[in-house]
Design a protein around this ligand. Structure first.
Ligand SMILES: N[C@@H](CCC(=O)N[C@@H](CS)C(=O)NCC(=O)O)C(=O)O
Length: 201
């Protein structure tokens, strides 16, 4: 397998984290933001939706979208719940991650982190993202005050998907993580999983 992966991006990191946690080998092709490698991968047609990550299977099939890749790699692992309702709940969190969490938590982090986006980080936009991000983190906080994991009673793909941008919400996004004790405890539980690798590892 070959993974086209953006080193600095949470969406790509999710997949690298699952590969590490499940001990699977995969060739990694780095396509950093604004790099020639990214342009070359796009030009070569390696990124069907023009975005990373993308997984290329040995038989030639190609799979874009981080959470779809997590599902493909995560089925039949400990991160794939046996119980149908737990599995559906895992999916709920993964859809929520893409349609709500990422567009606020990751976006504020990116506006702070990538110099090329600094001009887009107007005070009004940053304040709006801050307020909305704290509301989203509160949703996670409420669940994690009553349970160790987002879906069911064990770590699932939902925890991996949401860990990616939540663990840099304070450092990159400037969100006030001290307000979310249960989220912080959950972040520590994920970082303690056997095989864990960090974003920069
Ligand atoms: N929904 C997609 C989002 C992928 C995405 O937005 N990737 C960004 C990095 S986080 C990217 O490849 N940007 C490069 C570009 O737009 O040129 C996923 O989860 O995989």
């Amino acid at each position: 397998m070959r993974l086209y992966s953006m080193p600095s991006s949470g969406n790509s990191y999710k997949v690298r984290l699952l590969l590490a946690l499940t001990g699977r080998d995969c060739e990694i092709v780095d396509v950093e933001d604004a790099s020639e490698a990214l342009i070359a991968a796009k030009t070569a047609g390696a990124l069907p939706f023009g975005k990373a990550p993308v997984l290329h299977l040995d038989d030639g099939r190609v799979l874009p979208e981080s959470n779809a890749i997590l599902c493909w790699l995560g089925e039949q692992t400990a991160f794939w719940p046996a119980d149908p309702f737990d599995r559906a709940t895992m999916m709920s969190w993964m859809f929520w991650e893409q349609n709500q969490h990422e567009g606020v938590i990751a976006v504020r982090g990116a506006l702070n982190f990538y110099p090329s986006r600094a001009s887009l980080a107007t005070p009004e936009r940053m304040e709006d993202l801050l307020i909305r991000g704290h509301a989203l983190l509160s949703v996670m906080e409420r669940r994690l005050q009553e349970a160790d994991w987002l879906a069911g009673d064990a770590a699932t793909l939902a925890d991996i998907a949401l860990y990616a941008y939540t663990h840099t919400a304070g450092s990159r996004g400037g969100f006030e993580m001290d307000r979310f004790a249960a989220v912080n405890a959950w972040l520590a539980r994920i970082a303690a999983l056997p095989g864990y690798v960090g974003l920069d590892d």
